[in-house]
Design a protein around this ligand. Sequence first.
Ligand code: ARG
Length: 249
Amino acid sequence: MKKWVALFVVILIIGTIFSGTLAEIKARGKLIIGTEPTFPPFEYVSENNEIVGFDIDIAQRIADELGVKLEIQNLPFDSLIPALMSDKIDLIVAGMTITEKRAKVIDFSIPYFNANQAIVVRGDEDFKPVKLDDLKGKKVAVQLGTTGDLVVSDIKEIKVTRFQKFTDAFLELENKRVDAVVLDEAVANAYVKTFPKFIISAVIDTGEKYGIGVKKGNKELLDFVNSVLSNMFKSPYDLLVEKWFEETK
Ligand code: ARG
């Protein structure tokens, strides 16, 4: 009996040590990423009911380089960090901004996209805020736990409503229950393109950079993700320079 208990404990320990390592991901045959797919064109649900987008293509590339399948877990944005910390997912690929606070609890890859916040309003109305302060006394919808949530919550005169899904935040704007939505500019562009009744009235220069989230201390996976990203950044020209000059050193 004792033997079995000991064996069980050993398996448990090995399981925790190896969880999320490259060896474990390869052995299980799939890379599990977490994302929140109301964030076009980074991640959104397509007409075929599939999660697609820029981030998903990056994640697919990482999975391909590992020689495994890609599994996507659809989670609320504010659940992504807890899911990563508790080993439910291997990576967060969700247009997540690298912030000091987040970097205390998870590691981030090298930056892969620059972003700013945008204010979106209904086009057919006079209210055209050009800066965050113009939102004072107004109702603003954001996605819970995002950097957009942070910038508007910093101004106490703004009445903030927080949603799990950006699609619900825009529904609220459409139904005139809020006066504006604040979110990442590239995503605001995508929504405005699909719903021309909305317009971007201002872009707030927040100077954000997106990174892929990796569990704190999982250096092996972090290095791997960084190498895939840096290879993607290389142009055919860069690759030639590397081939003919740097590699012959
Ligand atoms: N970049 C913003 C942040 O990190 C918003 C990201 C939202 N991403 C998403 N997939 N819903 O807070």
